[in-house]
Design a protein around this ligand. Structure first.
Ligand code: GCV
Length: 828
């Protein structure tokens, strides 16, 4: 048998149960929990308490193959679930610690003289959270013989948002269609919604906004409310409050008014009546999210009103029912004049919202993206987070990997979120980490919020990449307790999702922890932001797409240098939005940390970093290192074969191999672009020098013709080849190196508008074939569609003819970029 063979770890797993698998425990662990009581008593009847009892039974049954007896009172050793009030009412005398809100207490103690395991809270929901915490401990093989633990949530509002459209698509969703909507209606089958709510509850998430912030007004049409109520019914047993995004022009578009001016009495009345109707059908409705005056959405500016005017009308309608309004600070002009060096999109949130501080009602939360631009792989913390003293604020994080590899690349985001949440903004010269600001602790606000844009879909494993669910898990865990370390979160998740095999735990935890830095290192150097195609997919490289247009994501790279001057002294003045200590750090080019240098300063390529390298050499080195580290993920993952189930092993391996190839596409695009632009050579001689690469356009072509790829840096040599002959074309080369074992990489373009076939021959022998049927976000040869096929272990002899045959399909013309022939790893 294989070393470390573990039956539970090898069970086939679709990923649907995510971190709530409750896989059978190993024999030793089972013995550890053998003394667990045989019954579970719940004090109370609410749906949430019922859920808590059922979950306890489900978890123990899964992990220990025992079915706890469900009881109403303590007559024998029991796991006792209930609120402190219910325990007192039942006459149980407990010396309870101070608990607030949905915090919980896990302890062992005597109830009526009988030893019990107690899960207590001040709320029913806190009891459910405590049950999940207890089951998580068992699944992670934790000892709890002398259990006495209190957990309190850090922030009151811990919501996820989905950008689902009513037609069933998801904006920036990468894991299938919506679990909520299809064809303009709420789905008939809502089983996945209940399962999602269970996952959310297990990590302490207490609200979910189900539709795109680019909201369809129909979401709150009277005729739609019964459908929303069906979703709320699925959420309710898990204590997840339903919320929706609303369009500010709703009073006009679906309400029949001729205006949506927020101070118009008819508009005020419309919102009041609408909200009442919603609460009649959904009494525990959470509230609304608003995106206004942003990226073409209607907003108060149409009537010369402010966001505070708009927020007030809606907040006052929600207030009597206990509803919240999350008003997004992501509002900016996307028609900025790029020629004006003083213009700066990064300033927008602060410029718009800071003057309004104190003008928002207490049930409004200003929801602020973590950085001033838009979920880039690296941004400084938004200065607005430190500047709202008389207004509730919340932070918006992005779980779906819009700019961070779209769940095809491994990128564990809690590492980034920890840096942000721990970042000390030094407000008024005091220690004020972002986590305290957004929890409302610094200015003693009634509430605060951590919001994560999740965008799970109908794919069995929710987010596409089997390792990406660590991001959803990590969001919930950090929203609950931002003092956890990223490592602890990664390890917890790995144990729950893959079991406790030490090799598995260490390998996956290490990979997750490294992954954000690795992704950053080949996609966006020194705070220049993710150098992706910002006008389209936000996926592959697209270096100039952010320049010379109104979107304001400029990094201003030219022949001499790169970076945005955002200083007060000579630039856009953005640094002046930070409290003095932070302003001083970013205002000075020397004091700015390397990783954010280009966000704040325009410097020559020859500028020397703190690391001792020039900017240009850093760009080259980080992209080469990053691509190598991405390749190393494949090696690390392979060490887990037979330690994790075959299904996930194969699925993760395929994604990591793809990522390793795509990291090279990124590396080459960025290095070549900066080489051509700056004219400065790579001191290590790697850039634009690929000794084993044969450009497809230089091969002997039959039927294939050359094509230019735009932008040029997204294909090797700026060109590729394509075949429009239905029966196929070939590209051939003669191998002229010594006999030995080799591997061949075929770099081709896999568009989503056809499924070309490829075959590779050595002489007359076919050595591989495949169909280009992946679903990259591209309809043409590009940095999005560029991918590779690796053919390992070929015995090649001098004079061999290597021939690639491509057969086009639909609009995809079997496009090829290059092939690389390298000695097999063992022979290098
Ligand atoms: C839902 C970015 C995304 C948009 C998104 C927007 C937002 O611009 O690319 O898809 O819109 O942010 O957060 O509102």
């Amino acid at each position: 048998m294989f070393g470390g063979w573990r039956p539970e770890a090898l069970r086939a797993d679709t990923g649907q149960d995510a971190w709530l698998r409750y896989a059978p425990l190993e024999t030793a662990a089972k013995a550890k929990y053998a003394s667990l009581p045989a019954s579970v008593v719940v004090l109370g009847h609410s749906p949430v308490l019922r859920t808590a009892q059922e979950e306890m039974i489900r978890g123990v049954r899964g992990m220990m193959a025992k079915t706890l007896r469900a009881e109403k009172g303590v007559a024998e050793r029991a796991i006792v679930l209930g609120t402190l009030a219910a325990m007192h009412a039942a006459g149980y005398s407990l010396k309870a610690p101070k608990l607030e809100g949905d915090g919980f207490w896990l302890t062992t103690g005597q109830i009526q003289g009988i030893d019990c395991l107690i899960v207590a809270s001040t709320s029913d929901l806190g009891v459910l959270y405590g049950v999940f915490a207890l089951l998580s401990k068992i699944a992670r093989d934790q000892t709890f013989s002398s259990l006495d633990e209190v957990q309190q949530p850090y922030a009151l509002i811990r919501w996820v948002e989905q950008w689902d459209n009513l037609n069933g698509t998801i904006e920036r969703g990468y894991a299938g269609p919506s679990i909520f909507f299809e064809n303009g209606d709420v789905r008939a089958d809502l089983r996945r919604v209940g399962q999602y709510a269970r996952l959310l509850a297990s990590i302490g998430v207490n609200g979910c906004t189900i539709n795109n912030v680019n909201a369809d007004p129909r979401i709150i049409d009277d005729s739609f409310l019964p459908q929303l109520a069906r979703i709320a019914n699925e959420f309710r047993p898990w204590g997840v409050r339903l919320a929706v995004s609303v369009d500010l022009s709703s009073p006009k578009v679906i309400g029949g008014l001729d205006s949506f001016d927020p101070v118009d009495p008819r508009v005020i009345e419309w919102w009041r009546a609408k909200v009442s109707k919603i609460y009649q059908q959904i009494p525990d409705f959470g509230g609304f999210v608003v995106k206004a005056d942003s990226e073409g959405r209607p907003g108060p500016s149409s009537y010369g009103r402010t966001p505070a005017d708009a927020a007030t009308v809606i907040a006052r309608a929600l207030k009597p029912h206990g509803g919240l309004l999350l008003y997004r600070a992501f509002a900016y002009d996307h028609h900025l004049d790029w020629r004006n060096p003083k213009n700066d999109r990064a300033r927008a949130a602060y410029d718009i919202f800071h003057p309004l501080d104190g003008q928002f009602d207490d049930n409004v939360i200003i929801q602020i993206k973590y950085g001033p631009i838009d979920f880039q792989a690296r941004e400084p913390v938004s200065p607005l987070l430190g500047r709202l003293e008389r207004t509730n604020e919340g932070i918006e994080l992005q779980i779906t990997q819009e700019y961070t590899g779209q769940q095809r690349h491994l990128c564990f985001l809690p590492t980034m979120w920890k840096e942000i949440l721990d970042f000390d903004l030094h407000v008024s010269g005091n220690k004020t980490p972002v986590k305290d600001l957004v929890a409302g602790k610094v200015f003693h606000r009634p509430t605060g919020a951590l919001v994560g844009v999740a965008n799970v879909g109908l794919d069995a494993n929710w987010l596409g990449h089997p390792l990406a669910m660590a991001n959803l898990y990590g969001f919930g865990r950090l929203a609950w307790d931002p003092n956890l370390s990223g490592e602890a979160v990664a390890e917890e998740w790995t144990r729950l999702a893959f079991g406790n095999d030490p090799l598995v735990v260490k390998t996956i935890t290490d990979m997750q922890r490294a992954s954000w830095y690795v992704y950053e290192s080949y996609t966006g150097p020194l705070g220049a932001q993710t150098l992706t195609d910002i006008l389209g997919s936000h996926y592959g490289p697209g270096i100039e797409s952010s320049e010379r247009n109104g979107w304001g994501q400029w990094h201003r790279a030219d022949h001499d240098g790169i970076g945005m001057d955002r200083t007060v002294a000579t630039g856009t003045g953005y640094t002046g939005q930070y409290p003095p200590a932070i302003q001083n750090r970013y205002e000075s080019v020397r004091a700015t940390p390397d990783e954010l240098l280009l966000f704040f300063h325009h410097v020559p390529y020859t500028y020397l970093l703190h690391s001792g390298k020039t900017v240009i050499q850093h760009i080259y080195d980080s992209h080469y290192d990053g691509a190598e580290e991405a390749a190393d993920f494949v090696r690390q993952w392979k060490s887990l074969q037979h330690h994790v189930d075959e299904e996930r092993y194969a699925a993760v391996l395929a994604r990591l191999e793809y990522q390793a190839g795509h990291a090279i596409v990124w590396r080459d695009a960025i290095c070549n672009w900066f080489f051509r632009t700056s004219g400065i050579r790579d001191a290590k001689g790697r850039v634009d020098h690929h000794p084993h690469r044969i450009e497809a356009e230089t091969m002997q072509l039959q039927g294939y013709g050359s094509i230019e790829v735009h932008p040029w840096e997204n294909a090797s040599g700026g060109e590729g080849i394509e075949c429009v002959t239905p029966s196929g074309c070939t590209a051939t080369l003669r191998f002229d190196r010594p006999a030995g074992w080799y591997e061949i990489d075929v770099q081709y373009f896999d568009q989503n508008n056809g499924e070309s076939k490829f075959r590779v021959f050595v002489g007359n022998q076919q050595v591989d074939e495949w169909i280009a049927n992946d679903h990259f976000p591209a309809t043409k040869p590009s940095g999005d569609s560029s991918t590779r096929r690796r053919i390992p272990g070929l015995a090649l002899r001098p004079g061999d003819e290597i021939r690639v045959q491509g057969i086009p399909d639909g609009e995809e013309h079997a496009p090829l970029d290059y092939i690389e022939v390298r000695a097999s790893p063992a022979e290098r």
